[in-house]
Design a protein around this ligand. Sequence first.
Ligand code: CP
Length: 314
Amino acid sequence: MIENRLYGRDIISTRELDLSQIEQILQTTSALKAQPLPDLLKGKIIAHCFFEPSTRTRLSFETATLRLGGNVIGFSNDESLSIKKGETLYDTMQVIANYADLLIIRHRQEGAARLVADMTTKPVINAGDGANQHPTQALVDLFTIYECQNRLDGLALALVGDLKYSRTIHSFLEICTLYDIRLFLVAPDVLTLPENFCNLLKKKGVRFSFHQSLEEVVQKVDILYMTRIQQERLNEAENKKLEKQLVLTQAILANAKPNLKILHPLPRISEIDISVDHTPFAHYFEQAANGVYVRQALLALLLNKELPFMSQSS
Ligand code: CP
């Protein structure tokens, strides 16, 4: 029997996951994608606490919970909560922790998920906290890359767009340091990767370089990871200036490697022209579909000491 090293844990930041835990998540995702197990969350109540808008993360977590036989409580914004009467986030989550077996939280405040994890013994999953972390998205990205390229080591990835504020990029970079991955960082100067992440990449020996255009990198990479400009974190003038930069069109893909896949955590605004959707390179909707399987794996691992297929894996 393989030890489940995720049982009872929190998933707050990818920084807190080691290689063997990540491999366990990938293997569990593959197993659940190949063989659905509808009773893994039977009798469990999962609280889905979304204080910020979400389509994919919330609904894929709900689908994952229901497919594993669990029950959902929660909300998709704070309009109907007693927070509107002045109740604090701390008190609100303290109460919900007594109703549910596991808490999922998305909040605009950086560190909100950590605050909740520190107040309860129930497992907590960070579904995005401000510009800080979005660990489950990073795991979806990793699984999708592994699935479409059949490997992780030796790949070249371009990370494109808003490298400053994108929490999916920040979470994903932490995971990249665990593999032999070459990075091409493509962003306008004002949205370049923050210094602390550059220092992390240097410290971990990750090869990376900075670029201003997609044309510079498109022939060199196996994965083109596009992100939107985080409009909610910029003013109108900045948004207008930046939205037309780094738009991926079919023409730019003319010299792409045959195995290239384009990923995007979504939502897309205007950074990928819709004509790209019909090319063999587009893989972002498959990536979003994988969100259900990866989140099934996380819920199953956090809430089950043992899983049926663990004894079968190597
Ligand atoms: N990728 C992602 O987090 O999408 P949502 O904001 O729709 O959940």
